[in-house]
Design a protein around this ligand. Structure first.
Ligand code: IPM
Ligand code: MN
Length: 336
C-alpha cells in the first residue's frame, strides 16, 4: 500500500495534480481496532471518495473457520456498498518474464486477455446457513446482474480483439443456465459483431493452460472468476503482478491487487509491489480519467522489469533480487 501511495504522489508531483488521501481501516486491522471488519467511518470515506485503493485483507490471526467476524466480510461489504459489480483483471505476459512462468515459452507468446469477473452477486452473497452437521451457501443470479456484466465485457471486447468467452457450469447449475441464455440473447441482440465462445468452467481451466493466447475477454460469475484468475496469474509469472479494477455505474472504483495478504512473507519487505502499483494505474485510468498518467505508470513498471528489476517471486537463477522498497524506488525514479 505504501508503494501505491508513493507512486500516486509521484504522479501528482510530476503532472501537477493534487490528490487528497484519506486512510481508513478495513479487514483484520479494523477488527482489532473496532471489532468490525469495515467500520462505518471507512464506508463513509470510501463513498465520498473518487476512488478507493485497497490493501489485501486476511491473515492467520483471523482465520478461525468458526469465527463469526472475518476480515473478508469487510472486503465483500465494501464491494457491495460501492456497488462495483464488474471486476476487471487483466493478464498480460511480458516477454521478459516468460521464464518466471511454469508454462512453456511457446504457449505464453502473445498472451493478453482480461477476465471480467462478476463481483457483487452469486454464491459469495447468498444466504449462508450452518448447523452442527450441515452447511449451505445459496447461489442466486438475477437476469439484470448478468446483463450488465455481459455488457461491460462485450464493450471491452469491442475495444480490443472482438472476442468474448463466457464461462459457466450450465451442465449442472441453474444459475449458469440463466447465465448462458442471457449471454446468448444480449450478444445476438446488441453485439452481433463480437465473436462469442462459451466454455464450461472445468474446460476453461484447462484451455487457460493449453491455449492462453486465444483469449481476449473472458466473462464469468463471481466464484469462477476468483478461481480462474489465480490460475491465470501463473501465465504472467506471479500473483504479485496482477492488478484489478472494480467498477460500477459511476466512475468511482475500487482498486486492489488480486493477491491476498501473503502472511507467509508478511513483514519481510520482499513482497512484489507491482500489483498495487499497476492497480494505481488502473485507478488513474478508470476513476480519475488520467489515461496518460496511467500509461506512464504502466510504462515505468515495464521498464523496471525490462531492465532486470526482479522481486523474489519473479527472480530466477542468478537474478539480483530487489526488496519491495527497492523495486518501488526504481519505479519512482522512472516517474521523476
Ligand atoms: C480476491 C480474493 C477475495 C475474493 C477474498 C479475499 C474474499 O480472493 O479478491 O480474489 O475471493 O474475492
Ligand atoms: Mn481470489
Amino acid at each position: 500500500m505504501a508503494a501505491g501511495r508513493d507512486v500516486l504522489q509521484a504522479i501528482a508531483d510530476r503532472f501537477e495534480h493534487r490528490f487528497t488521501f484519506d486512510e481508513q481501516l478495513a479487514g483484520g486491522a479494523a477488527i482489532d481496532a473496532t471489532g468490525t471488519p469495515l467500520p462505518d467511518a471507512s464506508i463513509a470515506s470510501c463513498l465520498a471518495a473518487d476512488a478507493v485503493l485497497l490493501g489485501a485483507v486476511g491473515g492467520p490471526k483471523w482465520s478461525d473457520p468458526n469465527a463469526k467476524v472475518r476480515p473478508e466480510q469487510g472486503l465483500l461489504k465494501l464491494r457491495s456498498e460501492l456497488a462495483v459489480f464488474a471486476n476487471l483483471r487483466p493478464v498480460k505476459v511480458m516477454p521478459e518474464l516468460v521464464a518466471a512462468s511454469p508454462l512453456k515459452d511457446h504457449l505464453l507468446r502473445g498472451v493478453d486477455f482480461i477476465v471480467v469477473r462478476e463481483l457483487t452477486g452469486g454464491i459469495y452473497f447468498g444466504e449462508k446457513t450452518r448447523t452442527a452437521n450441515s452447511a449451505s451457501d445459496l447461489c442466486t443470479y438475477h437476469t439484470y446482474e448478468i446483463e450488465r456484466i455481459i455488457r461491460v465485457a462485450a464493450n471491452l471486447a469491442a475495444s480490443r480483439r472482438g472476442k468474448l468467452c463466457s464461462v459457466d457450469k450450465a451442465n449442472v447449475l441453474e444459475t449458469s443456465r440463466l447465465w448462458r441464455t442471457t449471454v446468448a440473447r444480449i450478444m445476438r441482440e446488441e453485439y452481433p459483431g463480437i465473436e462469442l465462445e462459451t466454455l464450461l468452467v472445468d474446460a476453461a481451466a484447462m484451455h487457460l493452460l493449453s491455449r492462453p493466447a486465444d483469449f481476449d475477454v473472458i466473462v464469468t460469475e463471481n466464484m469462477f472468476g476468483d478461481i480462474l484468475t489465480d490460475e491465470a496469474s501463473m501465465l504472467a509469472g506471479s500473483l504479485g503482478l496482477l492488478p484489478s479494477a472494480s467498477l460500477g455505474a459511476s466512475a468511482r472504483g475500487l482498486y486492489e491487487p488480486i493477491h491476498g495478504s501473503a502472511p507467509d512473507i508478511a513483514g519481510k519487505g520482499i513482497a512484489n509491489p507491482a500489483a498495487i502499483i499497476a492497480s494505481c494505474a488502473l485507478l488513474l485510468r478508470h476513476s480519475l480519467m488520467l489515461e496518460h498518467e496511467a500509461a506512464v505508470v504502466e510504462q515505468a513498471i515495464t521498464e523496471v522489469i525490462r531492465e532486470g528489476g526482479r522481486t523474489a517471486d519473479i527472480a530466477r537463477g542468478n537474478d539480483k533480487v530487489l526488496s519491495t522498497t527497492e523495486f518501488t524506488d526504481a519505479v519512482l525514479r522512472k516517474l521523476h
